[in-house]
Design a protein around this ligand. Structure first.
Ligand code: F6R
Length: 362
């Protein structure tokens, strides 16, 4: 049932062009510059909205971090992201005119359900973005958008991350249009980028051999640092999480500008740096930080927008031009890197030690 793949994780990475097509199917109206997610809010609710508060855990939290930037940029609404287990017991103010969005692949994560319950009790309007029809979260929120990624068996979330970000991007366009914060022409350009997403991901998958070689050459590093800016930050964090959970190597992700505020002390010739150097990720500034690491001898691997070149990189992975979803496409290189590093080490990729697919305890 792994369809010829040795692990579900690799199968699911390769399913992404198709799962993303399902996520987007029938939902984009490019000519009108609008989105049909089949969700409704009370009249005037979105226009008066003061804040979108995203709550989630792990990979879904990083999808939320990506989306929050899109909500701010496209929907003109303050968007914050909180780790569900922190929100649940936090002392945040009464969520008046707030939409609390729970992002959860399984719809069963105890911490995320706890956060939704706190939001409901405080009188907030709640919304879920999930992969799972009939899951607990869908019964406890005011509205749901399904990401339609299909079943994910590997413990490490891959295709569901991509579909979460794509769904949230559509939601950001829908909210922006409804609030009058996003011009039709600007919406159209984002929707075209989304339309290009499945094909762009396929182009990355076609480069798997390059990633396999890079994993072989750099996979025995002492630690791995993932950096990016703006939309590249959540991707750096996700890249590090993927590598640590399946390879058991020490990996850390952070905003590239933070390197010089501490982590640079850890950088040596044995700590490869992986950078998101695409549109939406302030590539030029990020490259300055990468150079600081290279000066300390670290090898540097970058995911670079097609058409750009950085001669000093040790490895350049080319990312097709798809605007605000380029960092999401870059993430596919990081998924493949994590997979091949872990596979070379003979790890239990689909069932990493100490982890479960669905975390139903707090
Ligand atoms: C990492 C991973 C976890 C989940 C987290 C939330 O690869 O899969 O970090 O993202 O446990 O799970 P859901 O999205 O089901 O709430």
């Amino acid at each position: 049932e792994k369809g010829g793949y040795e692990h579900y994780m690799r199968k699911e990475i390769h399913e992404q062009p198709e799962s993303l097509r399902q996520t987007l199917a029938g939902r984009l109206d490019v000519s009108a510059g609008d989105v049909d997610l089949d969700v409704s809010f009370p009249p005037g609710f979105l226009a008066d909205l003061e804040e979108i508060r995203i709550v989630a855990c792990g990979t879904s939290y990083y999808a939320g971090r990506y989306a929050a930037q899109l909500f701010e940029e496209l929907a003109g609404v303050r968007a914050t992201v909180e780790i569900a287990s922190e929100y649940e017991f936090g002392a945040g103010r009464t969520p008046d005119r707030t939409l609390v969005v729970a992002v959860t692949q399984s719809g069963e994560t105890a911490d995320t359900l706890g956060a939704v319950r706190r939001a409901n009790a405080a009188g907030a309007r709640t919304f879920a973005v999930t992969n799972t029809l009939g899951s607990t979260v869908t019964r406890e929120v005011d509205g749901t958008a399904f990401i339609r990624a299909g079943p994910e068996i590997g413990v490490a979330a891959t295709k569901t991350f991509a579909s979460q970000v794509a769904t949230l991007a559509m939601l950001a366009v829908a909210v922006g249009r409804d609030r009058g914060a996003l011009a039709a022409a600007d919406a159209r350009s984002v929707l075209k980028d989304l339309q290009g997403l499945p094909g762009a991901v396929q182009q990355v998958l076609d480069e798997e051999e390059q990633v396999r070689e890079a994993a072989r050459e750099y996979g025995d590093g002492e630690a791995f640092f993932f950096v990016g800016r703006a939309l590249g930050v959540p991707v750096a964090l996700e890249g590090a999480l993927k590598l640590k959970e399946i390879s058991y190597d020490h990996a850390e992700g952070f905003a590239a500008g933070e390197l010089k505020h501490g982590p640079l002390a850890l950088v040596t010739p044995d700590t490869p740096v992986l950078a998101v150097l695409t549109d939406g990720a302030r590539a030029a500034e990020t490259m300055n930080n990468v150079t600081e690491a290279q000066t300390r001898g670290a090898p540097a691997l970058g995911c670079v927008s097609a058409g750009d070149t950085y001669d000093t990189l040790d490895v350049s992975f080319e990312v097709p031009n798809v605007g605000v979803v380029e960092p999401l496409v870059a993430n596919v290189y990081l998924q493949l890197f994590a997979y091949h590093v872990a596979n070379d080490k003979g790890r239990a990729i689909d069932k990493p030690r100490n982890l479960a697919k669905s975390v139903t305890v707090e």
